[in-house]
Design a protein around this ligand. Structure first.
Ligand code: 6PG
Length: 206
């Protein structure tokens, strides 16, 4: 896949600088809001904390969680709660995912990946489709991930693909092997399905 670039051994600071540069370019290219979707889990939050040290017009940033666990925002498992605590003090808007939301085009779709090849909350047993008509879905992972055993709400493949660029942060040898298989078309996991539909640049920080 010639549109996929892998950047190895990227530190949180390297990734935050890449994000800062990309947001700076987008903010200076036009007026109005800049809209991105960001992952949950654990990896992104230290990166976001570094990113927020940058001197950007955060009031123009609209942040969509790529997915969340169906828990109150003050629950330790809430992605949205963590994103709100980080971005809102800087002046950015954090959207609450509901199936009623009109999902916009994203200037950047930033994703993580599980060792099972899931992205957002699109787990392998959900068989996510590129032709999915819905942009946001609620689902019950099966099996429930032990680290976050909750029902989910998630953007779908078409929603994530409606973006100018895709960025992954995928760390660990086991996950790298899954990514390499997906890039090589050797598995049909959710990450592979997303990559198969991506025409935009995809950067994978490992
Ligand atoms: O709600 C979630 O858990 C995430 O959105 C999920 O898709 C995450 O990105 C991966 O599980 C990787 O998580 P880590 O990068 O923290 O391992």
């Amino acid at each position: 896949m010639e549109n996929v670039e892998i950047i190895e051994n990227a530190s949180d600071a390297d990734i935050a600088k890449w994000l800062e540069n990309r947001l700076t370019r987008t903010l200076s290219s036009r007026d109005g809001p800049v809209t991105i979707t960001v992952p949950g889990g654990s990896t992104p939050f230290p990166i976001i904390a570094r990113l927020l040290e940058a001197d950007l017009d955060w009031s123009r940033l609209v942040v969509w969680p790529g997915d969340d666990r169906i828990v109150p925002e003050d629950h330790e498992a809430s992605n949205t709660g963590k994103l709100r605590a980080l971005f809102e003090p800087a002046g950015a808007e954090v959207v609450t995912l509901t199936i009623m939301e009109q999902v916009p085009h994203f200037d950047l779709a930033w994703l993580g990946m599980g060792a099972d090849g899931h992205i957002a909350s699109l787990f392998p047993n959900t068989y996510p489709q590129l032709e999915e008509a819905r942009r946001i879905i609620r689902l019950t992972p099966d099996p429930l991930p032990p680290e976050a055993p909750f029902d989910r709400i998630s953007l779908t493949l078409p929603a994530l693909l409606d973006s100018d660029a895709i960025a992954f942060v995928i760390r660990g040898e086991d996950k790298r092997a899954v990514l390499d298989e997906a890039v090589g078309g050797k598995n049909d996991l959710p990450v592979a399905r997303l990559l198969s539909g991506a025409k935009q640049p995809v950067v994978c920080f490992t």
